[in-house]
Design a protein around this ligand. Structure first.
Ligand code: V0V
Length: 139
């Protein structure tokens, strides 16, 4: 059903500070950065930069406003791991399979995610305590 782990998402209060830490101290490379108004985030992808089929990345997620998914997460938990993202080939098919098992997806239709990908999320209460993102990368 799933291709691989696409990324792990970390909620951070300050994107520039987080990028500095993960590149200068941890030695990852900054691969991509964009603002997603609909999701209320400014996000950055970091990783090795090697285009391997199953090379998971780390997504740094900073809130654009307090009243957003990341803003609420930070207020409740502080910074840390917010989501686990599975890569899929066909998001609509996978969504139907998971709905068939009774899992709630957060959106009736896919939304636009990083790099023009199509995304949806399984509610954390239905994925055993983990906010599970499904990512179909842009063609
Ligand atoms: C909330 N809960 C979580 C959680 N967030 N559990 C695990 N991981 C998380 N990240 C728990 C929370 O503690 C509650 O547990 C329960 O779920 C229901 O909480 P709620 O009050 O009903 O809902 P909220 O307001 O906390 O919202 C949670 C959801 C929200 C998941 C509905 O964060 C959301 O819509 N997320 C999807 C969008 C998103 O995360 N966007 C930012 C990333 P108790 O207390 O009842 O036990 S954007 C992104 O990833 C992009 C652009 C990309 O990848 O390309």
């Amino acid at each position: 059903l799933f291709v691989c782990i696409d990324h792990v998402g970390l909620a951070v209060p300050d994107l520039d500070e987080a990028i500095e830490f993960h590149t200068k101290v941890m030695g990852w490379r900054l691969l991509h950065r964009e603002t997603n108004e609909e999701q209320g985030v400014e996000e950055a992808m970091i990783g090795t930069g090697e285009q391997l089929e199953q090379n998971a990345q780390i997504q740094l997620l900073a809130p654009l406003k307090e009243d957003s998914a990341i803003g609420k997460f930070l207020a409740r938990n502080g910074q840390g791991m917010q989501q686990l993202a599975y890569r899929v080939k066909d998001l609509d098919h996978v969504s139907e399979v998971l709905r068939g098992h009774g899992l709630r997806l957060l959106y009736p239709e896919a939304k636009i995610g990083t790099g023009g990908s199509r995304i949806n999320f399984v509610h954390p209460k239905d994925a055993r305590g983990v906010l599970l993102e499904l990512v179909e990368p842009a063609a």
